[in-house]
Design a protein around this ligand. Structure first.
Ligand code: UGA
Length: 459
């Protein structure tokens, strides 16, 4: 994708973006590709130096090409000072973090200070666009904070425009949106934000609270779909069937759909878990019950916890055993380890006294204390078991005979469905997966329905 193969916004504008993380940097280069002139403000001096040198500090396919294109065409620039970027900009797009506090409530301090900063730098009326995920009511609160910082005579209007892109396919998601949600009670401000996008894109206009809640509810629904898949996966184990085929059959119903129905070690990353607890905190604050969201969070805790319990049920206590972990990223295609199930499995193994070695193609987690190896075979050396914890496609291409030769044991525990079962069997490796029970047992699976058929208790 470059400027020439990309649809153009009807009105090229000057845009300030605050924050050069996954969302901010992707938005910056994609807005530039749509024809806007973007100045991205990044306060972290190390990140800023890299960006000014033309480096991309995140792993996100397509961003480097768009960045080179945008910088080359004079449509993307970086600064550490909002005062340099905001004057002359039509909009300031806030893409800063809204992490969860330890109690699960959203921490909105970064977005509040970003809003105050751009408002203080405004030399004329300014529209602040909130792309960060925030609870309903936040844009109205941010508008109050921004108004206090704005110079006399400058009107600041806040519009909600949540981002729905996924890490590892962020550019593709930006250019192929299912919907672009624009929440504003101020018609002209909403129109201005709409004009940042090509007129042919599916725009969904609404009020700000609805827009904010659309993002929260969307991530919550994705989380509960995954938790539902994991709950069914656990049930499949007990019922002696395979979750893969059960969930494929469920997802084949177009009303349900197969996406986000993959079972595994639970969802991770910086968004789903945070937004789930944010929605619960919002519901609590407003006195509205949220039992479904709570259950999704509870099942996710269980999905993570079951991995080591299951491993110990198969291979005995992990204490003193060498276990190899393949994958550290929270999902394939990214170097992001925030709230990664793989990392929490590593931590759980270390806490139980296992000797853990790990390998990930691009992600790294220094806080695990130097357990990382140069490749999968090195990680597997002397291991009683190898856990496949992130679904990198390249793990499916490993030479299993070589892997087996490096190991001391012969157990592969595939949490993410990358290992070819016949290939593992061919080299004498035992393959365990999640969501697969033993299909032979009559009791106890068949007894309950038999009772319910006969309506009598069976001894
Ligand atoms: C998520 C949403 O998908 C985006 O729409 C949203 O914009 C983004 O959060 C955000 O709020 O910024 P992301 O966190 O990048 O995107 O990752 P996902 O692709 O949603 O995956 C989240 C987690 O769910 C990963 O750990 C993944 O392995 C897991 N997952 C996903 C499953 O366990 N099963 C599935 O079927 C799908």
């Amino acid at each position: 994708m470059n400027r020439h193969s990309c649809p153009q916004a009807a009105h090229p504008r000057r845009v300030t973006v605050i924050g050069a993380g996954y969302v901010g940097l992707t938005a910056s280069v994609c807005f530039a590709a749509l024809g806007h002139r973007v100045t991205c403000v990044e306060h972290n001096p190390h990140q800023l130096r890299r960006l000014l040198a033309g480096e991309v500090p995140i792993h996100e396919p397509g961003v480097a090409e768009l960045l080179a294109d945008g910088v080359g065409g004079g449509r993307v620039g970086f600064t550490g000072d909002a005062g340099e970027a905001v004057p002359g900009s039509a909009v300031a797009v806030l893409c800063v973090g809204t992490p969860a506090r330890p109690d699960g409530h959203p921490d909105l301090r970064q977005i509040a200070s970003a809003a105050a900063e751009v408002a203080a730098a405004a030399t004329g009326d300014l529209v602040i666009v909130v792309k960060s995920t925030v609870p309903p009511g936040s844009c109205e609160a941010i508008e109050v904070i921004a108004a206090e910082s704005a110079p006399a005579g400058v009107r600041v209007t806040v519009v909600s425009n949540p981002e729905f892109l996924r890490e590892s396919q962020a550019v593709d998601d930006f250019f192929n949106p299912d919907r672009v949600v624009i929440g504003s009670e101020d018609g002209p401000a909403g129109d201005l934000v709409a004009s940042l996008y090509p007129a042919t894109w599916p725009l969904l206009r609404c009020d700000r609270r609805s827009s904010e809640l659309i993002k929260y509810a969307s991530n919550t629904f994705l989380a509960l779909k995954i938790s539902f898949a994991n709950e069914i996966s656990g049930l499949c184990e007990q019922a002696g069937v395979g979750a893969g085929s059960v969930l494929a059959g469920v997802g084949a119903d177009r009303r349900i759909g197969s996406s986000f129905l993959a079972h595994g070690p639970g969802f991770g990353g910086s968004c789903l878990g945070k937004d789930l607890t944010g929605l619960i905190a919002t519901a609590d604050a407003l006195g509205s019950p949220a039992p479904v969201a709570r259950a999704a969070a509870e099942v996710n805790r269980w999905a993570r916890g079951r991995v080591i319990d299951r491993l110990e049920a198969i291979a005995g206590p992990v204490t003193g055993q060498r276990i190899a972990l393949l994958g550290l990223a929270f999902k394939p295609g990214t170097d992001d380890v925030r709230d990664s199930p793989a990392v929490s499995i590593a931590e759980g193994l270390l806490a139980r006294g296992a000797h853990v070695s790990a390998f990930d193609p691009i992600a790294s987690e220094p806080k695990l204390g130097g357990i990382e190896c140069r490749d999968a075979y090195a990680a597997a050396r002397g291991a009683a078991a190898v856990i496949f914890a992130t679904g990198w496609p390249e793990f499916g291409l490993l030479d299993l005979a070589r892997l087996s030769g490096a190991m001391s044991g012969h157990l592969l525990f595939d949490l993410v469905g990358v290992v070819d079962a016949p290939a593992a069997a061919a080299v004498g490796l035992e393959l365990e997966t999640l969501g697969r029970g033993t299909p032979t047992s009559f009791h106890p699976v068949v007894v309950p329905p038999l009772e319910w058929c006969l309506d009598v208790a069976i001894a």
